[in-house]
Design a protein around this ligand. Structure first.
Ligand SMILES: [Zn+2]
Length: 316
């Protein structure tokens, strides 16, 4: 991390790129200079150490006398971090109200932009509180429980495909697998052509989205929405529902469900089916049970293991 030659230090001609002082985070009473992409942040060692286990451990050992100095302060060069990401973390550390910029109405795109850099840096440098804060912000939109799923569906959150796909590589990079099953589920609603042309997702993830779409369609047919797609009356049916179930699903409707399978969508319009009590009760129970099964199987559909595996990976 410190003192290693950096490829970004020199220009193509071999001359060294000068260090510039960050206009906002170069405090005259700062005690340490952090260099990120040739920009110097003169900040407070104790504040960084308070938030980051990695920095705390780094400064826990006595520094050698010949420590590299910049403007009279020990200098630490961070490798591989983005200037914007580091700047976002400084904003959080020095502005107690920074997270208040996120409002309930903040759209997903702005939200992802807001937390991406903070999540990357906080993960890399074990800034655990900050990382957990970012995770709770994303998990509010990408639930990891069926109850959370019902909540986001009832809130009618608008998920724009270009925003959902960005969550997948971010969650993988920063080890937040709990958001992946719901992110993949949403991705199955993106038209196949768009998935194929997407330049954010890796090919393996594209394949998972396409195969997942088929799985979810099967589940919708056989586990959750059987009463709409493949109706068979209950053995205890009292009035021959099979004969008069409303055949209101046309081929186009079925094709559209197949294109965007949504087995987790809760069905509530039971009265319109005009079923006998026995059939309605049987299908309501099957629907509820089916949704729970789909939720349980959601991670494995996208080759993510089980929910238990995911929870272990995220907390490891
Ligand atoms: Zn019936």
């Amino acid at each position: 991390m410190d003192g290693q030659p950096s490829s970004s230090k020199t220009r193509p001609g071999g001359t060294e790129i000068p260090i510039v002082r960050h206009p906002e985070f170069y405090f005259p009473d700062g005690s340490i200079v952090m260099i990120v992409e040739r920009t110097a942040f003169r900040v407070h060692q104790s504040i960084l150490a308070r938030h980051s286990e990695v920095f705390a451990a780094l400064w826990d050992v006595p520094q050698p006398r010949n420590t590299d100095l910049y403007d009279g302060c020990p200098k630490v060069e961070l490798q591989g971090d983005s200037l914007n990401d580091f700047m976002d973390v400084m904003r959080v550390l020095y502005d107690v109200f920074y997270f208040d910029k996120i409002k309930p109405e903040t759209n997903l795109s702005a939200l992802i932009k807001f937390i991406s850099g903070i999540l990357r840096i906080s993960t890399k440098y074990s800034m655990n509180q900050l990382r957990n804060k970012c995770i709770s912000v994303i998990q509010d939109k990408f639930p990891s429980t069926l109850k959370g799923c019902d909540d986001v569906l009832s809130r009618g959150i608008q998920y724009v495909p270009s925003e959902i796909v960005r969550i997948i590589p971010l969650a993988r990079e920063t080890i937040v697998p709990k958001v992946l099953p719901w992110a993949f589920y949403l991705c199955t609603h993106i038209p196949v052509d768009e998935i194929m042309a997407n330049n954010v997702l890796e090919w393996r993830d594209k394949a998972l989205c396409l195969a997942g779409k088929e799985h979810l369609w099967e589940m919708q047919k056989t586990l959750t929405h059987t009463f709409l797609l493949d109706f068979k009356q209950s053995p205890t049916c009292t009035t021959g529902c099979q004969m008069r179930v409303p055949r209101n699903l046309k081929l186009n409707d079925i094709e559209s469900i197949r294109d965007s399978p949504h087995p987790l969508q809760e069905y509530t319009d039971w009265k319109s089916l005009m079923l006998c009590v026995k059939c309605q009760q049987a299908f309501e129970a099957q629907h509820k049970d089916g949704r729970e099964k789909v939720w349980q199987m959601l991670p494995s559909i996208f080759h993510l293991g089980t929910w238990d595996d995911i929870c272990k990976d995220q907390s490891a």
